[in-house]
Design a protein around this ligand. Structure first.
Ligand SMILES: Nc1ncnc2c1ncn2[C@@H]1O[C@H](COP(=O)(O)OP(=O)(O)OP(=O)(O)O)[C@@H](O)[C@H]1O
Length: 674
């Protein structure tokens, strides 16, 4: 039974009854049972409403004809329907088919046409038959009533069953109910139930998992709560720390403000002190100049070069000692003293270490830069523009740093656009040249016009070579003297001339640098394997400066001589005693250097009117006007820091010390007219 049928049954109140085969239609006219009914038209069943259903009537009739009466089956229709049908059957029975009517009419004709006796017998037979039928109807009616009662009881029972099923169905899930309603088999239902149970299990398991996850989340949340509580407490602690730090910061800021105020005051007092120091320094220089002038115009600077990389390597590979001499600078602020510790002999002849102390106008430590040295020399070179003959000569043993200080490092290459003051490698000569040109340019505003000209000379074995000339240099690698030119030195008033030498008018510093490079290359070409020419000859760069002031009518004509002397080492120290060429060179160098010594000594005694032996060497004769009392002279003593050179260093220092103690009078301006 489908749910729709159940519902339909509920609404009609009739379909609750179990279904059965439809009632059989009443027998039609012409059928045997109908034929047995009397055919008169006015014969009717006693009561049309009591006529049983066609089936019942037919069965009853069949039963009455000696056939088995089948067990009454449940009526399929409600009683009202049955009654309605019985009524219908009654009507049908009364309105018989034409064939039946014919049969009845035939009977009537038989009655009318057969005679009165026969009809009387037939009538009684019919009446009997009618009575029998009436009994049959009555029995049938009783049977029907019984059946009806049973049917009603059965229906009530079925209704109860249906109710029970409905209750069961209500308990089943909708899907099962619908399947059951659709008539799905029990096996399938079992499968569905199993499937349902499985789904329920799965759902239960999923539910369990969800519950587990939920409890996990709850645990996690509670842990997070704990962590949050911890963080909150930490945060509070940090906040309190922060506020403490804030307070500290505020007090520190107050301290800083106070300190800054103090710093401002200190800065202003420092500036004042510095100003006082500058003024004191100016005064010191002025006094120093006055002292120098009283002493004479020769000054001595000593410069100790740093240890060279190759010397450091040799020292580290040969012994544990650094190879450096023990050199000290006792007064770094004043920078005028130098002390050397060297082995000596005591008064009783025992070996002992002795300190040799010297004082000069300025002492430069190995850390001093080219710029530091030039700063001290600049004002001296500048005095050429004021008309003072000036001479700077570098003195020292081979490799002590003379050329480095005067020209610059071996790597220096000054091009046309070179700015020597910005090149840490550039030495005194390029710096001085650049400064002279720039000062001359400044002085144009004051009416001064300057002309510059220069020459480069070399004194080798006491002979002059023109480094800018075309003739072969004396003692050159060719070994021939055929192209050598003999030069003579002449002095006229305050000026010096060298015959047959090239004097180049100089327009710019870059032209001077080109000139220097040319001279250097000539010296290198002339060098032999046995003759390191730069060490064995004196090199003199003479820059003549002529100035005139159209506004004031003043004029000046002075020279700046920059002299790179040959190495000052002694004969035995140079190994020259074993080599005749070297011996000659060294003899010549020694002669010129001792002449220089003699000249300076004589100049120191010049106040007494003694003779000055300028002519004793080409060098001193050439430098006559630059060394005399009318010029400003600077001796730059180059010192090697190495212990192996200590003896030569001490000799150089002694000579420099003698020069430094010499008073050679006051420098005088050289006017163009002189
Ligand atoms: N102050 C210094 N700083 C760095 N290197 C220096 C310094 N003085 C000299 N040198 C280096 O020492 C070496 C020798 O120097 P330099 O050639 O100037 O000596 P010198 O006295 O002119 O020698 P010589 O008499 O043989 O011409 C060079 O390689 C030079 O670059």
């Amino acid at each position: 039974m489908s749910s729709s049928d159940v519902d339909a049954g509920r609404s009609s109140g009739q379909s609750r009854l179990p279904r059965g085969p439809k009632p059989t239609a009443l027998p039609r006219a012409g059928e045997p049972s109908v034929k047995r009914i009397p055919s008169t038209s006015n014969v009717r069943p006693p009561s049309a409403t009591r006529v049983p259903s066609s089936t019942t009537a037919r069965r009853g009739a069949t039963s009455a004809m000696g056939r088995d009466v089948p067990a009454p089956s449940l009526p399929r229709q409600p009683l009202s329907v049955i009654n309605a049908r019985q009524a219908s059957v009654g009507r049908k029975v009364s309105g018989m088919s034409p064939k039946g009517k014919v049969a009845v009419n035939v009977g009537r004709r038989g009655v009318t046409g057969g005679g009165r006796r026969a009809s009387g017998g037939r009538m009684s037979a019919l009446e009997n038959q009618f009575t029998t039928m009436k009994d049959l109807f009555e029995r049938e009616r009783q049977n029907t009533a019984e059946l009806l009662a049973r049917e009603q009881a059965e229906r009530a029972r079925q209704e109860d069953k249906v109710k029970a099923l409905e209750a069961q169905q209500a308990k089943l899930p909708q899907g099962v109910r619908s399947l059951a309603a659709d008539g799905v088999g029990a096996e399938e239902l079992e499968k569905l139930k199993a499937k349902h149970a499985k789904q329920v299990r799965q759902l239960e398991e999923a539910l369990e998992r969800e519950q587990e996850s939920l409890s996990r989340h709850k645990r996690y949340l509670s842990e997070r709560d704990d962590a949050r509580d911890t963080l909150e407490s930490e945060c509070k602690a940090l906040e309190s720390k922060l506020s403490a730090k804030d307070r500290q910061l505020q007090s520190q800021q107050q301290d800083i403000a106070r300190l800054e105020e103090e710093a401002v005051q200190l800065r202003s007092s420092t500036a004042r002190i510095e100003e006082e120091l500058r003024a004191a320094e100016t005064l010191r220089r002025k006094l120093h100049n006055e002292v120098q002038e009283l002493r004479g115009n020769i000054r001595v600077f000593a410069r100790v070069r740093p240890q060279l990389p190759r010397e450091r390597e040799m020292s580290s590979s040969s012994s544990s000692s650094s190879g450096l001499a023990s050199i000290h600078f006792p007064d770094p602020r004043e920078a005028a003293s130098i002390e050397l510790l060297a082995a000596g002999e005591s008064a009783v002849g025992t070996a002992t270490m002795k300190t040799h102390a010297f004082r000069f106008d300025r002492v430069f430590q190995p850390s001093a830069t080219q710029s530091d040295v030039f700063e001290e020399v600049a004002h001296l070179t500048q005095s050429v523009l004021d008309g003072y003959n000036t001479c700077i000569f570098a003195y020292g043993q081979t490799g002590s740093g003379k050329t480095h200080s005067l020209e610059g490092s071996a790597n220096l290459h000054l091009g046309a656009a070179a700015v020597p003051t910005q090149d840490p490698e550039a030495g005194l000569i390029p710096r001085a040249v650049q400064m002279l040109w720039s000062t001359a340019e400044h002085l144009r505003a004051k009416g001064w016009r300057y002309e510059f000209e220069g020459q480069m000379l070399e004194i080798y074995n006491d002979e002059i070579n023109d480094l800018l000339g075309k003739h072969e240099l004396s003692g050159s690698s060719s070994g021939s003297n055929r192209n050598e030119m003999k030069h003579e030195i002449k002095h006229e008033k305050m000026r010096t001339f060298v015959s047959d030498t090239i004097v180049v008018p100089l327009e710019s510093p870059s032209q001077v640098f080109t000139l220097l490079a040319k001279a250097k290359s000539r010296r290198q070409t002339a060098a032999t394997l046995m003759n390191e020419r730069s060490s064995r000859s004196h090199c003199v760069f003479i820059l003549r400066v002529k100035g005139a002031n159209a506004l004031t009518g003043e004029s000046c004509d002075a020279t700046l001589s920059l002299v790179d002397l040959a190495g000052s080492e002694r004969v035995n120290a140079s190994g020259a005693d074993k080599d005749p060429v070297r011996f000659t060179e060294t003899k010549s160098i020694n002669k010129s250097l001792s002449s220089l010594n003699d000249v300076i000594t004589a100049l120191g005694n010049a106040k007494t009117g003694g003779h000055v032996p300028y002519r004793n060497s080409t060098l001193t004769w050439l430098l006559k006007n630059s060394l005399g009392g009318n010029s400003k002279t600077l001796m730059l003593l180059a010192i090697s820091p190495m212990a192996e050179h200590l003896n030569e260093t001490i000799n150089s220092l002694r000579f420099a010390s003698k020069v430094n103690s010499t008073v050679i009078g006051t420098a005088r301006r050289v006017r163009a007219s002189e």
